[in-house]
Design a binder for this molecule. Structure first.
Ligand code: SAM
Ligand code: SF4
Length: 329
């Protein structure tokens, strides 16, 4: 079992398989995109599988595939199949923008994917286009319906931005009226890949909740699963539910059970840190599995208490232009 210096058990790895993306969500990257890492710097599938095996032997049992857009990575389905075969991996989930999954949802089901987080920030076609800088709303909605038809659990991720899509909160929430989805409203974080990395549209979880309460005062709080980052609620009569993720306020660090692996092999023990060590470099310099595990244990033995502490340290090290596509969300 992996335990950090604050007694938190770590069993979950977020694996960003690429920093490339076919959308340009403005809270994540600029219109011209980001400087993508050269291909040889990305972890190969062999390297990813080796890391998964080594960490699964220590108690990592849950993996979330993210990116960039994971389905831009060639042979992604084969990678999923191979991860699913790793001893100790009990659950694989995916975060995707849903635009590249036409005709592939049945395969996801066959591989054993139970839950997918689908990013969708507006049901209004023009606003969707404005936010993502691409006209792909129909594909995302089709993907959601295909997944529900296959019995894959769907969580819809909406980044809430004041003055941009706060008018979409209620229509998005009402997706859960007749669909078995959980709509999750996420505070905007400062990782948009531009100088300053602003999150000017930041709206706190409390403001989001107040807005929803005004429309649905009868909402009720439901218990949050262990390690969950969302505060979860139900509205009587709705088929699905909703959650709010205080990603910038960082209310959930005390029970954080996750590490992150970036496309270039950085291990992050917090979304807000600089990257603690590069496991790709260790692998490519001939480290044994035991060496990889030891490096992870050392990182966990010095883990920041929370995202505020990690952010303070990060800013003191480098002025950053990080995009969420290179972190994985
Ligand atoms: N491309 C996939 C997608 O959009 O679902 C996976 C990668 S994306 C970086 C992962 C998640 O991070 C998405 O749900 C996205 O909405 C969220 N995200 C990206 N930038 C963000 C930001 N600045 N603040 C909050 N969430 C952000
Ligand atoms: Fe691409 Fe996801 Fe970033 Fe949007 S949030 S630009 S879909 S990586």
């Amino acid at each position: 079992m992996l335990v950090d210096n604050h007694g938190r058990e770590i069993n979950y790895m977020r694996l960003a398989v690429t920093d490339r993306c076919n959308l340009r969500c403005f809270y994540c990257m600029p219109a011209e995109g980001i400087d993508y890492a050269p291909r040889k710097e990305l972890l190969s599938f062999e390297e990813i599988i080796r890391i998964c095996k080594a960490f699964a032997s220590q108690g990592i049992s849950k993996i979330r595939i993210t990116g960039g857009e994971p389905f831009l990575r060639k042979d992604m389905m084969q990678l999923l199949e191979r991860i699913a075969e790793v001893d100790g991996i009990e659950e694989i989930n995916i975060t995707t923008n849903g635009t590249l999954l036409e005709g592939r949802v049945k395969d996801l089901k066959a591989i054993g994917i139970k839950s997918v987080n689908l990013s969708l920030d507006s049901l209004d076609r023009e606003r969707f286009h404005e936010i993502t800088r691409r006209d792909e709303l129909d594909k995302v909605l089709q993907c959601m319906d295909d997944m529900l038809a296959e019995g894959i659990q769907v969580k819809v991720n909406m980044v809430v931005m004041k003055g941009k899509n706060d008018a979409d909160i209620i229509p998005m929430l009402e997706l859960a009226n007749d669909k078995a989805v959980s709509v999750r409203f996420i505070e905007e974080m400062p990782f948009n890949g531009t100088e300053g990395q602003g999150n000017e549209g930041f709206w706190s979880f409390q403001e989001i909740l107040n807005k929803i309460k005004k429309h649905y005062p009868e909402l009720t709080k439901i218990p949050d699963p262990v390690g969950s980052t969302s505060m979860n609620y139900r509205i009587p009569g709705f088929v699905g539910g909703f959650g709010i993720i205080a990603a910038y306020s960082r209310t959930f660090c005390g029970s954080c059970n996750r590490i992150r692996l970036t496309p270039q092999g950085l291990i992050k023990t917090c979304l807000y840190d600089n990257g603690i060590f590069n496991i790709r470099d260790l692998l490519r310099s001939g480290a044994t599995d035991e060496g990889l595990i030891q490096a992870l244990k050392t990182a966990l033995a010095h883990r920041f208490k929370d995202g505020h502490e990690a952010e303070k340290h990060r800013q003191s090290l480098l002025p950053n232009f990080e995009s969420m596509a290179s972190i994985g969300g």
